[in-house]
Design a binder for this molecule. Sequence first.
Ligand SMILES: [Zn+2]
Ligand SMILES: [Zn+2]
Length: 118
Amino acid sequence: MKLDRKEINGYTYYELYIRCPEHCIRGISSPLGFCNHENCTGRMYIGDNANVRCEQCGDESRVDNWSIQCGGEKDVILMSCTATKKLDLSEVISIAGQIVSFTGMSWLKNYLEHLGEF
Ligand SMILES: [Zn+2]
Ligand SMILES: [Zn+2]
């Protein structure tokens, strides 16, 4: 399998295809799934500029401004910018690390660099 990749303004974005990071960190298994924007159901992408972007409505913000609503047993994860519980440091590293076999190491290094001091 291959994740869709887009170049936007010189940055490289990949579709987010992950397990719920909160469940992963707690050691509870959950299905792999694509992430959809809660507002418009568009597919979510993550860039090496440390931004998460909705391909449908273009809503884009730093990864730590997003929250994840786990689908439980379902293989779809919803993301929103409006919920109060944002992704924490271990979760923003988890979601990028989970797709590193698709992105390669240099993409991950750029992502971590753009994340900066968290
Ligand atoms: Zn959207
Ligand atoms: Zn979960």
